[in-house]
Design a protein around this ligand. Structure first.
Ligand code: PEP
Ligand code: MN
Length: 365
């Protein structure tokens, strides 16, 4: 599906990179919303004020947001500061209310993106409006589901659409609350080059100390914006207390970012880069040739295995192969995880080729 997406510079006046969206996880009181918005307004980098009005909490009997009342506070914050406002909508009713109170930009949360029925309900409400919508990645690492939600919003005629990478939930405990899988937003951007890509380091991190380094990573892969949860007194926040930063630390994080551009004005640098890239292209071709040769040998082995009724997967061989490759990789200065992942993939493909051979009747009975 070809989507008609308006670039970010056409919907945010005087856009500067990164586009910064900041504000508390949740709107708690009118005073908190207004004070925070004024404090953030002092920071020229902040363009959009965020606050959750309806909170999708994992467990019941926790704070689930102030509801409709909070939309009036957002409208007041906008009127007094001139900041654009954004909030999460998870149902058709939320979308109707957000439109009614003049919220400028809507976002669809990770749990909602994972539910096509809810996304479609929201899209149906938005038909005929031109309100911008930011679609967070689904909770699970599923690119098609993320793309599908974007397509549903686009299908309602919305052209100002952006995506937010907020990491993916995993059963294993890692250093992140939600693991970032950078190749997924990169692939989405490759598929939809005009789609603005924003990073939400707060929900990736889960703890405020990691927020800065995740922002830098997002800048390094050329993401266009950052949504950073910011609270006047983070430890007292009614939701996501551990990951919110103060307006002062937000300022520090933003000023310490090094912003690299995709292209340089220096001709020598560009020429040097072209030369190095040509080398990479040649090496990649050699890798492809080597993989193709490997595949031919794997096929030979597969035929021999089929004739001798031997299983494609031989655990002992696999263990020995991996051990040897890891030690070869180490001598060559390659990261062990990288070598392991690479050879897991290569070996998996060999087993797939050989299994296919067995099943397509090459086996002599
Ligand atoms: C939020 O932004 O506060 C939120 C609930 O986000 P997510 O949908 O990414 O969990
Ligand atoms: Mn939050």
């Amino acid at each position: 599906m070809k989507l008609d997406i308006v670039p970010l510079s056409k919907w945010i006046p005087n856009l500067k990179k990164p586009l910064v969206i900041a504000g508390p996880c949740s709107a708690e009181t009118e005073e908190q919303v207004i004070k925070t918005a004024h404090e953030l307004k002092k920071n020229d980098d902040v363009r959009i004020f965020r606050a959750g009005i309806w909170k999708p909490r994992t467990r019941p009997n926790t704070f689930e947001g102030v509801g409709e009342e909070g939309l009036k506070w957002m409208a007041r914050a906008k009127e007094e500061t001139g900041l654009l406002t954004t909030t999460e909508v998870a149902t058709a009713a939320h979308a109707e209310l957000a439109l009614k109170y003049g919220i400028d930009i809507l976002w669809i949360g990770a749990r909602t993106t994972a539910n096509p029925f809810s996304v479609q309900e929201i899209a149906d409400v938005l038909k005929g409006t031109n309100i911008p919508v930011l679609v967070k990645n689904p909770i699970n690492a599923d690119l098609a589901l993320w793309l599908g939600a974007i397509e549903r919003i686009a299908g309602a005629g919305i052209k100002k659409i952006g995506a937010i990478h907020r990491g993916f939930s995993s059963y294993e405990k890692t250093m992140y609350r939600n693991n970032p899988i950078w190749k997924i937003p990169i692939e989405l951007k490759r598929m939809l080059p005009d789609l603005p890509m924003i990073c939400d380091p707060s929900h990736i991190a889960g703890v405020r100390d990691l927020v800065g380094s995740i922002c830098q990573k997002a800048m390094d892969i050329d993401m266009e914006g950052l949504m950073i949860e910011t609270h006047m007194s983070p430890n007292d926040a009614w939701s996501d207390a551990a990951q919110q930063v103060t307006p002062d630390s937000l300022k520090e994080i933003l000023t310490s970012l090094s912003l690299r551009t995709e292209f340089s004005a220096d001709r020598n640098f560009e020429a040097q880069l072209d030369e190095l890239r040509a080398k990479i292209d040649r090496i990649d071709q050699e890798l492809i040739d080597a993989l193709s040769m490997r595949k031919n040998i794997v096929t030979e082995i597969g035929k021999a295995k089929a004739e001798n009724n031997v299983t494609p997967l031989q655990m002992q061989r696999m263990g020995a192969l991996m051990e040897k490759r890891l030690s070869q990789g180490q001598s060559a200065g390659l990261h062990a995880d990288y070598v392991k992942e690479l050879f897991d993939t290569i070996h998996e493909e060999s087993v797939r080729i050989q299994t296919e051979l067995m099943n397509t009747g090459l086996k002599k009975d």
